[in-house]
Design a protein around this ligand. Structure first.
Ligand SMILES: NC(=O)c1ccc[n+]([C@@H]2O[C@H](COP(=O)([O-])OP(=O)(O)OC[C@H]3O[C@@H](n4cnc5c(N)ncnc54)[C@H](OP(=O)(O)O)[C@@H]3O)[C@@H](O)[C@H]2O)c1
Length: 299
């Protein structure tokens, strides 16, 4: 039986990086119930070991693979009770080639955007009236900020192309994979803005965690990219603007999720606490309609 006043939080992607740091942070500072879906039993075991501060029965580790929409629907259908916090944090990136999920969807569109959309839509009835719901954006969605790492920002093109990982006039597979990632992050930002006016009592937001080198995010990159991400960039990052660590960013994120920091629903918030102006499609309302009409077909 849930204690009165005890919050329940669902966090995707808590096995490493930002999600893991966030789970630890919430456990340390709040009497909270955590639901941390993971891809398989092995990941569940590893995560349980990593969360040394969790009390017995405070955390559950159900199975959900975001690259398989049937698994997402099954997980959502198995949930009971109400949710006060939903952090759609899980993310995948391939900066070398376009990859497809088992469902045949371009992976970053499928996992970062679509699976989270399907998940949220299927748990809508469980969200408490004051629920806080977050997505993770990225500087790579912004053409100006993206340049440093060979990204060109979000490409707000037709969802029918995004789902196939096809970008007009781009034949370079690695550039297409970077465009796909940046765009999926743009869609994460757009999602918060789309839902905010629909449910005014809840708080929807997106979050820029800054560059956090050393996390698992580069795992699908090439050998050199993985090496640089894990060993070189964490040191170089100390001297670069806009960089952070999972610990620092998760602390800022926890403040928003626990409603200790006041923001407006729909805001895009940086790890520093600043509200950022995201790069959006010029026809935001029409484009959002296209994206969400298309995404709703997968619910
Ligand atoms: N690191 C950065 O510099 C940076 C910058 C801007 C934004 N971000 C965003 O921050 C978020 C967290 O990234 P991170 O850097 O912490 O990366 P990370 O360490 O790789 O964490 C990603 C998490 O997502 C999970 N995940 C990936 N694919 C999944 C799937 N198909 N099903 C279920 N879970 C899946 C991973 O689980 P597994 O262990 O099972 O793979 C892992 O728990 C992402 O949305 C990323 O786009 C990161």
């Amino acid at each position: 039986m849930k204690k009165i006043g005890l919050k329940t939080a669902l966090i995707t992607g808590a096995t490493s990086g930002l999600g893991l740091a966030l789970a630890k942070n919430l456990l340390q500072q709040s009497d909270i119930q955590l639901i941390l879906p993971v891809r398989n039993a092995q990941r569940a075991k590893e995560l349980q070991l990593a969360l040394t501060v969790a009390k017995p029965n405070q955390v559950s580790f159900p199975t959900m693979d975001l690259s398989n929409l049937a698994s997402v629907r099954a997980f959502a259908g198995s949930l009971k009770g109400s949710l006060d916090i939903v952090m759609l944090n899980a993310g995948t990136q391939s900066a070398t080639q376009v990859i497809y999920t088992d469902d045949g969807l371009e992976q970053t569109f499928g996992v970062n955007h679509l699976a989270h959309h399907v998940l949220l839509s299927n748990i809508e009835q469980l969200l408490s009236p004051n629920a806080v719901i977050g997505w993770v954006g990225s500087g790579t969605h912004h053409p100006e900020l993206a340049k440093t790492f060979g990204y060109t920002g979000a490409h707000y093109i037709a969802p029918e192309l995004l789902v196939k990982g096809e970008f007009p006039n781009i034949s370079d597979n690695s550039q297409a994979s970077r465009n796909a990632y940046s765009t999926s992050k743009g869609l994460n930002i757009l999602s918060a803005r789309h839902f905010a006016p629909i449910n005014p009592t809840r708080r929807y937001f997106s979050f820029d965690p800054g560059l956090m080198p050393g996390t698992g995010l580069a795992r699908e990159g090439g050998a050199i990219q993985r090496l640089a991400w894990k060993y070189i960039l964490p040191t170089a990052a100390k001297f670069m603007k806009g960089t952070s660590t999972p610990q620092r960013s998760s602390a800022a994120l926890a403040e928003i999720l626990l409603r200790n920091k006041t923001i407006n629903s729909g805001d895009y918030v940086e790890f520093t606490g600043h509200i950022l102006k995201p790069y959006l499609p010029s026809n935001e309302a029409d484009y959002a309609k296209q994206i969400f009409d298309f995404s709703n077909r997968y619910i």
